[in-house]
Design a protein around this ligand. Structure first.
Ligand SMILES: NC(=O)c1ccc[n+]([C@@H]2O[C@H](COP(=O)([O-])OP(=O)(O)OC[C@H]3O[C@@H](n4cnc5c(N)ncnc54)[C@H](OP(=O)(O)O)[C@@H]3O)[C@@H](O)[C@H]2O)c1
Length: 328
């Protein structure tokens, strides 16, 4: 049995609690919140869970094995360190941190304490994405050369909402751009060069960011992310002998392979829940096997992704108050 504690009680915490309903031998035993009102929102999904009105109390709960961190990006570091310092394993939402230096501190803390830590990049654990990557490595589209991604959703331009609030790490890149950066890593490895441009909200947060990355074997990734418009969230991987097209690539249930000259072949992988069950199952599998990190989402990969996010930010001149706080 994997006994979960959840820190933060917003939109994604509720979705995660819902996903756990279809995961065998996993249970949310406790939730931690800063207020009774917001705790009530998550408690509706997990009526049996103990409610702690502070994150400190949640991480001290002996019934909890692993903590899911579902706070705004700027709070990931503090919540993760708090959980690790109290002997808990951690699954931390994406983006793993605001910047590479925060991420390094989190990874070091987990390694020093020999505790499991993983970035909740749910895309990687979905059966559709795993099969698409397997087929690519088997050469189904020849040599992969180029990845083209668009991703975004419309959000009301409310300057106080976490998506535009600089104090909470607002903007499209950190919230959404991390998906294509992660997918590019998965397919081509760490980029060797980065160019980028963005448009800004009045708060300074990036509302739209586009970037082009080049990789070691001459592959190219281009992506655009936005919080100003709904996007079909399409990822297309082009190879020398065809291409793979993935709809809703951040949470895929199908993809299509088109080999040059052939009819397209569709591959379907329906979820049992909302898609987050796969990352939860990976955490349980790793904990049962005594692993300190997942081979599907290693900590080195997470650190590399955060370094590339920093690089893109430096190209577009995007700085957060959190960047000014010395870490360590
Ligand atoms: N995997 C995905 O598909 C996905 C989707 C959406 C979001 N996310 C990630 O999940 C994280 C949370 O996103 P969300 O959309 O769930 O956010 P949200 O609805 O605003 O919820 C965030 C929760 O964090 C807690 N919190 C702690 N410090 C806070 C602060 N200073 N301001 C506001 N809330 C604070 C609050 O819970 P309490 O008041 O109970 O403490 C709040 O309910 C983000 O890092 C985001 O990138 C992932």
């Amino acid at each position: 049995m994997t006994r979960w504690g959840i820190i933060g009680t917003g939109k994604i915490a509720c979705a995660f609690a819902e996903a756990l309903r279809v995961v065998e031998n996993s249970h949310v035993v406790a939730i931690g919140s800063r207020s009774r009102e917001s705790a009530a929102r998550l408690a509706k999904f997990v009526p049996d869970a103990r409610v702690h009105l502070s994150y400190e109390r949640l991480v001290r709960d002996d019934a909890v094995d692993v903590v899911y961190v579902a706070t705004p990006h700027t709070e990931h570091r503090a919540a993760t360190l708090l959980a690790l310092e109290n002997g808990k394993s951690v699954l931390c939402e994406k983006p793993f941190a605001v910047n590479h230096s925060e991420a390094t501190q989190m990874v070091q803390a987990a390694r020093e304490r020999k505790l499991f830590l993983m970035e909740a990049m749910w895309t990687r654990f979905t059966p559709a994405m795993r099969e698409a990557v397997r087929l690519v490595k088997d050469g189904v589209i020849g040599r992969p050369r180029s990845l083209v991604v668009d991703l975004g959703w419309y959000s009301e331009p409310d300057p106080s909402h976490r998506l535009r609030n600089m104090e909470l790490g607002g903007g499209a890149l950190l919230d959404i751009g991390v998906y294509p950066v992660s997918l590019a890593h998965l397919l081509f490895g760490r980029p060797v060069n980065v160019v980028a441009a963005s448009t800004r909200a009045v708060t300074g947060a990036d509302e739209q960011t586009g970037a082009v990355l080049t990789h070691g074997a001459g592959e190219l990734t281009s992506f655009a992310c936005t919080i100003q418009a709904d996007s079909p969230a399409h990822a297309t991987l082009l190879g020398t002998h065809g291409h793979i097209s993935i709809d809703r690539f951040y949470n895929p249930t199908s993809f299509e392979v088109l080999r040059n000259g052939d009819e397209p072949v569709r591959h379907e992988f329906p979820h049992r829940g909302n898609g987050m069950e796969h990352e939860a199952e990976e955490v349980s599998r790793c904990l049962a096997a005594g692993l300190l990190e997942s081979p599907l989402m290693t900590l080195e990969e997470t650190l590399s992704i955060m370094a590339v996010m920093d690089e893109i930010r430096s190209r577009i001149g995007l700085r957060y108050p959190a960047d000014m706080i010395p870490v360590g």
